[in-house]
Design a protein. Structure first.
Length: 162
């Protein structure tokens, strides 16, 4: 009589895990690989057309940077130890439509503007800017602003590129 052979389930699982790791390598991100999050209201450059607003219930640190026109560009120097994108935690006044925000790296706007569609708690809006490693200047500019239509940038984060 011939005895049936059975592959042990653990051997099967180990083989599947090896295949997944080989096909999809895991990237471990060190905290030093990511630029430190920045409270938008602390940006180095807050030109006319921006103002700091306070609302402890809505904003991290109780404040955010409000954009009231489409020409102001708020700027902050950050240090990336690896390249990456920019995430704006933002919300907006929606009277008559949604305002938009754009992000620049070293003065160049590469990612398209995004409509800021939420009026409640700030939500993340990711801008695929592929900021290079090293010291870079991040700029934030609004568009489609008007009476009752203005975005608020709360926190700016910098996830590493994948």
């Amino acid at each position: 009589m011939r005895q049936a052979t059975m592959v042990h389930p653990i051997v099967f699982l180990v083989g599947a895990l090896v295949a997944v790791v080989v096909l999809y390598p895991i990237r471990v991100v060190d905290a030093a690989d990511v630029a430190t999050p920045v409270e938008a209201e602390t940006f180095d450059v807050k030109p006319t057309g921006t103002s700091v607003v306070t609302d402890a219930a809505l904003y991290s640190n109780g404040q955010a940077l409000k954009f009231s026109n489409s020409t102001a560009i708020a700027k902050e120097q950050v240090n990336f130890t690896s390249s990456g994108d920019v995430v704006l935690w933002a919300r907006a006044g929606q009277k008559g439509g949604s305002p938009k925000l754009r992000v620049s790296v070293n003065g160049t706007f590469t990612a398209p503007a995004q409509a800021i569609t939420n009026s409640g708690t700030p939500q993340p809006y990711t801008f695929d800017v592929n900021a290079p490693s090293g010291s870079v200047q991040i700029g934030v500019k609004a568009a489609n602003t008007g009476s009752g239509r203005y975005p608020f940038a709360d926190v700016v984060t910098f996830p590493p590129q994948r």
